[in-house]
Design a protein. Structure first.
Length: 367
């Protein structure tokens, strides 16, 4: 039988620190014991008392598979650990992104089990809708008071994140919430938010709104867990049917790992691949750039006046973006950044030396 290393000594360490970092009495580790009485959690694996089977492994093994790149792995663990301190949690909205079955939901389940009452979950609609009126009950918001980490599931295909709501909930200011049939209560919302998304979602945020973009932190998941793996692929791993049992037995060890990471900060910068994903996100949400890339061709022999380009842009918004038409001022300030200054054209009109292609599915307005 493999050498069984009990986890007790590892758990005494974080228990002594909880009071300092979270305030109040330490968490009861009796409440954190495995619910499966037949499983005995050890530092280097899980022992089944009924079958005598010993499964090697610990939470760090899972994280190593999810983040094969050691720089990505160290950065993500640093970010998770820093969220234990509520002063660090403010102003953070993480988007865990990557193709399905890559460990996003698994790491979130482990995180929720490890943090217990300090972790919460909300419906993604909290971030797709406008800020609720002051007189409305907001039980979902009231229930995440005191949380350090809050997770939410993926958006529907046609939904987009609401800029105003993200700024409101991650701004570090006092918020007011109310449970059903109760009075309003105000508190500081200090949680870091983690959204799971297979694809980069749409965010209605202008590129010049640097404050909002600073709060959004994408994390790229590149591994893939499958029943049949390609032995030549370093990013493919066998699906583990016993993962749920392992997560349950790993929660204390993972909590200890978070504390250890918090106590030994490396101050790592965000990996270069993650800002690239953020740049992709920003361009995806730049409707002006997409319109120009897909429907505008620069040509010294062509001319499209301002009004014609303006009308076609609003057709594009209504057809592809499902957005309302914008005003002339909003259009001019945005499009000039991409097409440049306007030129004088025939019959005293002003516009650009460009040719417009028809917006498929929309109406093409002649000049």
């Amino acid at each position: 039988m493999a050498d069984l290393q009990p986890t007790c000594s590892a758990l005494v360490f974080p228990c002594s620190l909880i009071r300092a970092h979270f305030g109040g009495e330490p968490l009861s580790f009796a409440d954190r014991l495995d619910s499966n009485e037949k499983l005995l959690g050890c530092a280097n694996g899980v022992y089944n008392l009924e079958t005598g089977e010993f499964r090697t492994g610990q939470p760090s093994d899972l994280i190593t598979k999810i983040f094969v790149n050691p720089v990505h792995r160290a950065y993500f663990m640093q970010e998770l650990a820093s969220c234990l301190n509520s002063a660090n949690s403010r102003n953070r909205f993480y988007i865990l992104t990557g193709a399905g079955a890559n460990g996003k939901s698994t790491i979130v389940r482990l995180l929720n089990q490890a943090l217990g009452d300090y972790a919460g979950e909300v419906n993604i609609t909290l971030f797709t809708q406008q800020r609720p009126p002051a007189n409305c009950a907001t039980p979902e918001l009231a229930q995440i008071r005191g949380k350090r980490i809050v997770t939410c599931s993926e958006l529907n295909a046609r939904d987009s994140l609401n800029l105003g709501t993200i700024k409101w909930l991650t701004g570090g200011d006092r918020v007011t919430a109310r449970n059903l049939y109760e009075n309003n209560t105000s508190f500081y919302l200090n949680a870091a938010f983690f959204m799971l998304a297979n694809e980069i979602p749409e965010i209605k945020a202008p590129l010049e709104d640097f404050g909002t973009w600073r709060q959004i932190k994408p994390v790229l998941f590149q591994s893939s867990f499958k029943e049949e793996v390609d032995p030549n692929s370093p990013l493919e791993f066998q699906t583990d049917e016993n993962m749920n049992d392992k997560l349950n037995s790993w929660r204390n060890a993972f909590f200890a790992l978070l504390i250890q990471t918090y106590r030994s900060p490396q101050h790592l910068d965000i990996p270069t691949e993650f800002p690239d994903r953020l740049q992709e996100l920003r361009h995806k949400n730049n409707a002006f750039k997409r319109f120009v890339d897909e429907f505008v061709t620069r040509s010294a022999q062509a001319f499209s006046d301002f009004r014609h380009v303006f009308n076609q842009y609003n057709v594009f918004l209504e057809t592809y973006k499902r957005q309302r038409a914008v005003s002339v001022d909003v259009f001019e300030s945005g499009i000039v950044r991409i097409l440049g200054p306007m030129h004088a054209g025939p019959m005293g009109r002003i516009g650009w030396l460009v040719e417009l292609r028809r917006v498929a599915g929309g109406r093409f307005l002649q000049q």
